[in-house]
Design a binder for this molecule. Structure first.
Ligand SMILES: [Cu+2]
Length: 151
């Protein structure tokens, strides 16, 4: 995709689309029992009004495969909501936007484990820059939202 046209689109869609938290559908999460940041991401979702059903599993990779998350977008946990995959520390704001916009896509990912993303907070407000990636089954990737680094 051409970067410029995409950026224009991003500005047009970056305005928060407010969706009432009440009645938000349930997010099903697969995580390993010892994953602290996975647990903290679940807490972030709950604080933002989502119902969460979390399953502890020995290995999350079969769930990535099942829900169509490509390995290069992998993170520490996999969630599902309304047929969309949520891989890694995806902020609640982008999940609400996903549910409102209903794009033709497989899901959203924040690949890796980014310091300062929801559930990956450190002391203070430090954050590494990261992107929330919208992906599809045909290898399509779009930056759905960009978060700047913060000291
Ligand atoms: Cu994590």
């Amino acid at each position: 995709m051409k970067r410029r046209s995409f950026l224009g689109m991003l500005v047009a869609t970056a305005l928060p689309s407010m969706v009432g938290a009440a009645g938000a559908p349930t997010i099903t999460v697969y995580k390993t029992p010892t994953c602290g940041c996975c647990h903290d991401w679940v807490t972030h979702l709950q604080k933002n009004g989502f119902e969460v059903v979390a399953h502890d599993v020995p290995d999350t990779s079969p769930y990535r495969k099942k829900f169509g998350v490509p390995s290069e977008l992998a993170s520490c946990h996999t969630g599902v909501i309304n047929g969309y995959a949520l891989e890694g520390h995806v902020p609640a704001a982008e999940i609400r936007r996903l549910l409102a916009e209903k794009p033709k896509a497989r899901g959203l990912s924040v690949p890796g484990m980014v310091v300062g993303s929801p559930g990956m907070e450190t002391e203070g407000s430090r954050r590494d820059a990261y992107e929330v990636v919208l992906f599809d089954d045909a290898g399509g990737r779009k930056v759905y939202q960009r978060y700047a680094a913060r000291e």
